[in-house]
Design a binder for this molecule. Structure first.
Ligand code: PEP
Ligand code: MN
Length: 334
């Protein structure tokens, strides 16, 4: 950590800072330039409160050198993480695709889609039982009945299930029946939920918030990991920008940036990122080319009749073609 001091400060003004830091096992090193004076701080600086230091009038600003995400960062965990979840692998070169409808709607729908995506090579089945909808009058999922249908689909196909938790109320049901617990974009900074989901110790798919920075995403992952779960998968699902031609703007640069900063696997959701089914395949392939560890894709057997997100859902036939092209892209960049 480096404290940059205001120009012209004298020793008497700096003295209170030295007193604050003395006894905290911090090494202080003065750096005196012609116009700028700084104090370099080494040691365990995590206990230093930036707010407290900024209260001293002689401090202009503070520069943190280390990232605040110790568990999610690469510093103490340089190698890529790989998880084996109910027999499927993701991370460190193991590519996985999560596919299924936006919402679980009926037994016929979820079983039909589950069988189709499995046949095309998906590793996990997705499907919302509890849906975060902007309107309280929209279809908000089948709730626990939806969870029951996902269990049935897993039993029939063997595909592990990924589904979103919206409230602590259902923690026990998710702990018992869900293979990967999804935290949706809208709950990325619901810190109480993050910590409680982390305490279950199950794998978590964490989606980036609609207007969140990558550092905020990593800090949200840190909450889950500090809560107990070490198996966090990050998901870029598009962010809010001024562009209106697509539902969100897919931030593909998140892949190499996150790869540099974290050992956690990164998956891309081209469905929510674009909002239109015909944009899903090209952006999925671009994500594979950019080095994503996986994809999460909305697939529906009758998109025109879907109760949620039909316009961005691809049919099983389009999904099959996408999977073959993704194989070709992966082979080409290997
Ligand atoms: C979803 O995956 O079903 C979903 C609601 O996505 P997001 O949280 O990214 O909007
Ligand atoms: Mn959706």
């Amino acid at each position: 950590m480096i404290l940059i001091l205001k120009s012209g400060v004298d020793e008497a003004e700096i003295e209170p800072i030295r007193r604050l830091l003395t006894g905290q096992n911090i090494i202080m090193q003065d750096i005196v330039g012609e116009t700028t004076r700084m104090i370099g701080l080494a040691g365990d600086t995590s206990s230093i409160s930036e707010d407290a230091v900024m209260c001293f009038p002689c401090v202009e600003r503070i520069m943190r050198i280390q990232e605040p995400y110790k568990l999610a960062g690469r510093k103490f965990h340089p190698a890529d993480s790989m998880y084996e979840i109910s027999g499927r692998r993701i991370g460190a070169g193991e590519f996985a695709v999560i596919a299924g409808p936006c919402s679980v709607e009926s037994e016929e729908q979820i079983l039909s889609v589950a069988r189709d995506v499995k046949a095309s090579g998906a590793s996990f089945l997705r499907g919302g039982a509890f849906k975060p909808r902007t309107s309280p009058y929209a279809f908000r999922g089948l709730g626990l009945d939806g969870l029951e249908l996902l269990r049935l689909a897993r039993q029939k196909t063997g595909l592990p299930i990924v589904t979103e938790i919206m409230s602590q109320e259902y923690l026990d049901a998710f702990a018992e029946h869900v293979d990967v617990i999804q935290i949706g974009a809208r709950n990325m900074q619901n810190f109480a939920l993050l910590q409680q989901v982390g305490s279950i110790g199950k794998p978590v798919l964490l989606k980036r918030g609609l207007s969140s920075t990558l550092e905020e995403l990593l800090m949200a992952a840190e909450y889950i990991m500090a809560g107990g779960s070490q198996e966090v998968i990050l998901c870029e699902r598009g962010i809010r920008t001024f562009e209106t031609a697509t539902r969100n703007t897919l931030d593909l640069s998140a892949i190499p940036v996150l790869r540099q900063r974290t050992h956690l696997p990164v998956v891309i959701d081209p469905s929510h990122a674009t909002g239109y089914w015909h944009l899903v395949e090209p952006m999925a392939l671009a994500a594979v080319a950019a080095g994503a560890d996986g994809l999460i894709i909305e697939v529906h057997n009758h998109p025109e009749a879907a109760l949620c997100d039909g316009a961005q859902s691809i049919t099983p036939q389009v999904f099959h073609r996408l999977m073959r092209k993704a194989d070709a892209v992966r082979a080409a960049i290997r």
